[in-house]
Ligand binder design. Structure first.
Ligand code: HEM
Length: 270
């Protein structure tokens, strides 16, 4: 046990957060996650996203003969929709919070029969693994049911599978894989829940140090299962060794001659 304790302490130290922070409330969020009162927060950022390549091909191809237009803070340059006008609050030591932009993407086709607008995307970060893209959806489903739904949790993203990197003063989470949620499937009305949309890139404007700290927090989260497994193995081995020692002592004590069977000198203390 004496050997185990420092090892466990070292494991715990490796999991410690990069910088201690005092939480403050983020306004404008239903769930009100907290943002650290630290310089390691982002209040601005950018996104780059193709939406869904097959949908763009369908819209601009000979079937729908359509187009898309953007408005507000969102623009388009082949093959991506983008905005560098995201604002909000995201703490970066352990990602939480949201960035959003007022703007829209309007898809039209089939001479106006298809007319769907995706508006005001909010990129909600829930821990270092989970992204939810919340949007307003206005239009019709493929079978012409009218839709006008605000704040639809449209897509879910896996931040652990993103490419984390520092680019100057920016933390970049590149190529975040995203899939359609059940609510998104209902609002969009064609693709099933779980359908992959184009990977999304998010950028958080911060400092080079904070971006590096965020990446270190992410790396610590990746190390967690390995460290827990190592800790369990070490503690298990120590306990196993202790039990084996105890059993050996008992066996020796049991096999040692006692006064009852007439041995001279009695048992030897172990
Ligand atoms: C005149 C009405 C419409 C016609 C004739 C039509 C026809 C089609 C056809 C033929 C396809 C298959 C395209 C392919 O396999 O390449 C398709 C796909 C699709 N349609 Fe429509 N459609 C209509 C209206 C709508 C509406 C109102 C929506 C609403 C959003 C919609 C959404 C879609 C989607 C999402 C796909 C799948 C595109 C992909 O491959 O990712 N359609 N449609």
């Amino acid at each position: 046990m004496i050997v185990v304790l420092p090892v466990v302490a070292a494991l715990v130290a490796m999991l410690a957060p990069v910088s201690p922070v005092a939480p403050v409330a983020v306004s404008g969020l239903a769930s009100a996650p907290t943002v650290a009162a630290t310089t390691c927060a982002a209040k601005a950022g950018a996104f780059t996203w193709g939406f869904k390549e097959s949908f763009r091909a369908y819209i601009s191809g000979s079937i729908a003969n359509g187009e898309w237009t953007t408005a507000g803070g969102i623009g388009y340059a082949t093959p991506d929709f983008s905005s560098d006008q995201l604002t909000g609050a995201v703490r970066l030591d352990a990602l939480a919070g949201e960035l959003a932009v007022d703007g829209s993407i309007r898809f039209t086709g089939h001479e106006g029969i298809l007319d769907t607008t995706i508006a005001d995307p909010r990129f909600v970060i829930d821990g270092s693994d989970r992204l939810v893209v919340v949007v307003d959806v206005i239009g019709t489903t493929q079978d012409f049911t009218e839709v006008d739904s605000a704040d639809v949790p449209f897509l879910e993203g896996d931040l652990a599978a993103a490419e984390w990197r520092v680019d100057g003063d920016t933390l970049v989470l590149g190529s975040i894989p995203v899939t359609l949620t059940a609510a998104g499937a209902e609002a969009f009305g064609t693709y099933p829940a779980g359908e992959a949309f184009d990977p999304l890139t998010l950028e958080f404007t911060t400092t080079a140090d904070c971006a590096a700290a965020a990446i270190e927090s992410r790396a610590a989260a990746d190390r967690l299962p390995l460290l827990v497994a190592a800790g369990v193995a070490i503690v298990g081995a120590a306990l196993g060794g202790g039990i084996a020692l105890l059993l050996r002592r008992r066996r020796r004590a049991a096999s040692a001659p006692s006064d009852d069977d007439g041995a001279v000198g009695g048992s030897i203390p172990v």
